[in-house]
Design a protein around this ligand. Structure first.
Ligand SMILES: [Zn+2]
Length: 436
């Protein structure tokens, strides 16, 4: 099975580069045209959108672009879980030839989705293009510390990509980094921070990245500064998701740019109206490069603030003034340290991926510094042995003694943006700082 269509690499790289340098008015026209194409294509080929648009009384022929998005219904994670694949994959898509991916996100249930090889190549090329913005070159070695292995291009001496699975001890990360000697290191902020806190002087003589990009979870400027100080290189933050790939990333000026060639971002208030630039809103995404499974007005569960000033770096891509993070909470430890929600979510994902019928839904709540409750809706394959194994795994990633208790329920309450799969009643302080 061929998962990547290499012919689309040059297109993805060129498209991203060109888009980032178009005059803003022209750039917006390109976005509008892509939005119309996505909405009309979805109406023609994707049953879920066809019935949704019909119910909303929308005639796609009259859809003009970004200003009309508010006429369309939202797509929630629950919708994706319920309607994948039959309702959400475009007619004529061969699922056997697609890249399959999944995330647990804020819903507490695995969400599955697919990309065509063409879309997947575009996403890869966009990522590389993003890294070239901060100095990456095709002959550099890149290493990803990532939860899922990603099929990566193998083009000989260029675009060399190494992969380190995230769920192994930090010593193994360091050993693998010593072997791979990456120029570019990409990984979850908490894992890279863990590496930074455990490398020795000798390790640092071998592991000498030129730049580091952290992603997938909330990291603070202080954490990124700590990583930068250890590795003596700039650390950039990236905002991406498994579903859409690159959403925004920091340029050399350390400001976040929105990749509107790939995904269109709305910032909405609680009533679903657009908030003025500069105010915090719920981030709602529409993918522009994935016709086989478009995400249209997808409520990803994040909050952010659009920028009002252009960036001096030269890119004309809109600026994201700040990313206020996931709706999920981190676990808070006694010293003020935190266990990121993603690390906890990954444990659940591992179990769900191993057996989709183990649990139907979950919610993990830290009630105080030493106690947490796992609220579960059992699946047909639920067993206490597996539940115990889940708890042992959770305990193993929390460096302090925390008692996890299982609470079986018929159903879990909640929904929408406020629903969190991981919640801490021990309140952490601060959000991600504005880019500066
Ligand atoms: Zn910039």
């Amino acid at each position: 099975m061929r998962l990547l269509d290499y012919r689309h690499y040059p297109y993805g790289a060129f498209d991203t580069h060109l888009h980032a340098h178009l005059p803003p008015a022209l750039q917006q026209r390109v976005v509008e045209r892509r939005l119309r194409k996505v909405v009309r294509g979805a109406y023609r080929n994707v049953p879920f959108y066809r019935s949704g648009f019909d119910r909303a009384g929308l005639n796609p022929a009259h859809f003009r672009g970004a200003a009309d998005l508010s006429l369309l219904p939202f797509l929630t994670k629950a919708d994706v879980q319920e309607h994948f694949p039959n309702g959400l994959v475009a007619r004529g898509t061969n699922l056997d030839r697609c890249v399959h991916s999944a995330t647990t996100g804020s819903s507490g249930v695995a969400t599955n989705f697919v990309f065509t090889p063409k879309t997947y190549a575009y996403y890869h090329a966009t990522s590389f293009k993003v890294y070239t913005m901060v100095g990456y070159r095709p002959w550099h070695r890149a290493t990803y510390i990532k939860y899922t292995a990603i099929p990566a291009p193998n083009l000989g001496p260029i675009f060399r990509v190494g992969h380190i699975p995230s769920l192994v001890p930090v010593e193994e990360h360091i050993a693998a980094l010593r072997r791979q000697r990456p120029d570019l290191l990409v990984g979850y902020a908490s894992l890279v921070l863990d590496v930074a806190r455990n490398v020795t002087e000798d390790d640092l003589r071998v592991i000498k990245p030129r730049f580091i990009s952290v992603n997938s979870e909330l990291s603070t400027q202080a954490q990124r500064d700590e990583i930068a100080a250890v590795f003596q290189c700039p650390v950039y933050d990236e905002y991406s998701s498994e579903e859409t790939w690159m959403i925004a990333s920091q340029c050399r000026e350390h400001r976040y740019h929105l990749f509107t060639n790939n995904v269109w971002v709305e910032f909405l208030d609680a009533d679903g109206s657009e908030v003025p630039a500069g105010e915090i809103g719920e981030i709602v995404l529409t993918t522009l490069q994935s016709p086989a499974m478009p995400f249209i007005r997808y409520r990803i569960g994040d909050l952010g603030r659009a920028g009002t000033e252009p960036c001096p770096c030269g890119s004309t891509l809109p600026v994201l003034a700040s990313f206020e993070g996931r709706a999920d909470d981190a676990f808070v430890l006694t010293g003020g340290d935190r266990v990121p929600s993603l690390k906890l979510l990954n444990i659940f994902t591992t179990f769900i991926k191993a057996d989709a019928d183990f649990i139907r839904e979950f919610k993990l709540v830290q009630t105080d510094l030493a106690k947490a409750t796992v609220h579960l809706v059992a699946g047909p394959h639920y067993s206490t042995e597996q539940a115990d194994a889940l708890i042992r795994k959770l305990q193993s990633i929390v460096p302090e003694p925390v008692t996890f208790t299982i609470d079986l329920a018929e159903r879990l309450d909640g929904g929408g943006i406020k629903h969190k799969a991981i919640e801490s009643l021990v309140k952490p302080t601060g959000t991600r700082e504005p880019a500066r």
